[in-house]
Ligand binder design. Structure first.
Ligand SMILES: [Zn+2]
Length: 192
């Protein structure tokens, strides 16, 4: 049996909630509708958690180090990741990544909130100023590189994460941990 697609599951829940709102207060039908909403709610929640576990596991397995912003909304709110960011819960995903990174002996690091990941050019470092989320690509006025908003932000996060980690370790590497190899980022075979 193939699993129910998330869209369908959420649509069912929405419909059940609408049905519930139309049932007369105190009626047997209302009680039944409420039970159905509760069941569908639980299914949606479980499916999201399951998806978060799988995503976290894939990220940790495919990469030697994972760096992230603790707030994702800045760079990802409008992308195809939007659903996982808002619905499944970014912080939940990060918690799972952290947990699994520990299990697998990988590096996990949250970068500082002050890093302007979507404003600076990852090529030359010039701060180009804030851009509305509708701007998906832009060209650096200083060096002329054309950026995809999210890829550029990801590069900045990676650079900031490495720099912060090196600082935290006093320029060295924590004992028992492999040094940051050239292929540290690995390949994102299927980024969500
Ligand atoms: Zn530039």
């Amino acid at each position: 049996m193939t699993p129910t697609p998330p869209v369908l599951r959420e649509r069912r829940l929405t419909r059940a909630q609408r049905v519930l709102s139309r049932k007369a207060k105190g009626s047997a039908n209302r009680a039944k509708a409420r039970r159905r909403v509760a069941v569908l709610h639980r299914k949606v929640r479980e499916a999201r958690l399951d998806h978060a576990h799988k995503t976290a596991l894939r990220l940790v397995r495919d990469n030697q180090a994972v760096y992230a912003e603790d707030l994702a909304v800045s760079s990802m709110a409008r992308t195809r990741l939007a659903k996982s960011v808002h619905d499944a819960g970014w912080s939940q995903l990060l918690r799972l990544v952290e947990e699994k990174a520990e299990q697998y002996g990988r590096t996990f690091h949250l970068i500082g909130r002050f890093v302007p990941t979507s404003q600076a050019c990852s090529g030359c470092g010039v701060k180009d100023g804030p851009k509305p989320l509708s701007v998906r690509t832009w060209t650096c006025v200083a060096c002329g590189i054309r950026h995809d908003r999210d890829v550029n932000a990801a590069r900045n996060i990676l650079a900031a994460g490495r720099a912060e980690r090196l600082n935290a370790c006093g320029g060295g590497v924590r004992p028992g941990q492999a040094p940051a190899a050239a292929g540290e980022t690995g390949t994102r075979r299927s980024a969500a």
